[in-house]
Design a binder for this molecule. Structure first.
Ligand SMILES: Nc1ncnc2c1ncn2[C@@H]1O[C@H](COP(=O)(O)OP(=O)(O)OP(=O)(O)O)[C@@H](O)[C@H]1O
Length: 268
């Protein structure tokens, strides 16, 4: 039998430590023999476990703190899971909504522009053109023609374009709009302004051209003020000159639609 010196120490609780056993008196001590793992009491005592440096009371307190914090941890984890779940649901809803909106607008674009040659020139949405012209701000207007206001806008942030927006009650209508798109999207010539694209969202009819920095042929030859005060005779001459220019263009152009109305083109 292994001899072990046993000692019992009685002392006051350290300051600040609260225990429900504070007033307990030591009446007696019971000493037990510890059985081994086979419940056998015959052998020597097993090696005593190294005691924790903390007194039992402190262990009890820390244990009670631990057991108190378990529900808090559970609540925190549960709330975090709930928040995560809600966030994922919201994300999924947003993604689905965005996808369905994109699909709807794509469908609208294809149905509305189905009769138009979208493979030859680009289809712009009204949102893109609003962004390009600062919501069709009057400050962006560079000219007014028979079709409507012509705005200077920027696509891809830097590329300047002329945006012709059909005004309500314009003399030119759907037929001219379609004719312009079909003809100009197939006709490319160095001396003719290029049609980049169009927009037909809702009731909008908008044409997007290369922006001609130096204005129209008329403005280029006569200046913008003189063009406004031109005599009828002068206008006729320009009309004639225009036809000459266009007929020479026609010879060089890749394609010319026979139904195309000849009119003045801005110059590059
Ligand atoms: N591609 C362009 N680049 C720069 N300015 C342009 C462009 N197209 C038009 N403009 C400006 O807008 C004004 C009006 O042009 P627009 O072609 O609409 O008039 P229009 O000659 O009456 O033709 P239409 O009758 O076909 O509308 C022009 O005088 C010009 O100042």
């Amino acid at each position: 039998m292994k001899k072990v010196n046993l000692s019992i120490k009685l002392q006051r609780l350290p300051k600040g430590v609260i225990s429900k056993y504070r007033d307990v008196l030591l009446n007696g001590i019971e000493i037990f023999k510890i059985s081994d793992f086979n419940s056998n009491l015959a052998g020597p005592n097993p090696e005593p476990r190294t005691l924790s440096p903390l007194p039992q009371t402190i262990q009890t307190i820390s244990h009670s703190i631990k057991s108190n914090s378990i529900p808090v941890v559970i609540v925190v984890v549960a709330v975090s899971c709930l928040v995560l779940l809600l966030a994922s649901i919201i994300c999924i809803i947003i993604i689905f909504r965005r996808r369905s909106t994109e699909e709807t607008s794509r469908e609208r674009e294809t149905t509305e522009g189905s009769s138009l040659p979208s493979h030859l020139c680009r289809y712009f949405t009204i949102t893109e053109l609003k962004a390009a012209t600062n919501n069709f701000d009057d400050v962006s207007i560079v000219g007014i023609g028979g079709f409507g206001n012509v705005y200077k806008g920027y696509i891809h942030g830097t590329t300047p374009v002329a945006i012709k927006r059909l005004k309500p009650g314009s003399q030119q209508g759907v037929k001219e709009f379609l004719n312009e798109i079909e003809m100009l999207s197939q006709l490319r010539h160095i001396h003719l302004v290029s049609l980049i694209g169009y927009c037909n969202d809702g009731s909008e009819m908008i044409l997007v051209y290369d922006f001609m920095q130096r204005g129209t042929l008329r403005e280029h030859i006569y200046g913008s003020d003189s063009a406004l005060n031109m005599e009828a005779e002068g206008r006729d001459r320009i009309g004639c000159g225009k036809r000459v220019t266009l007929s020479s263009c026609r010879d060089e152009a890749e394609y010319h639609s026979p139904g195309r109305e000849e009119h003045e083109q801005p110059v590059g």
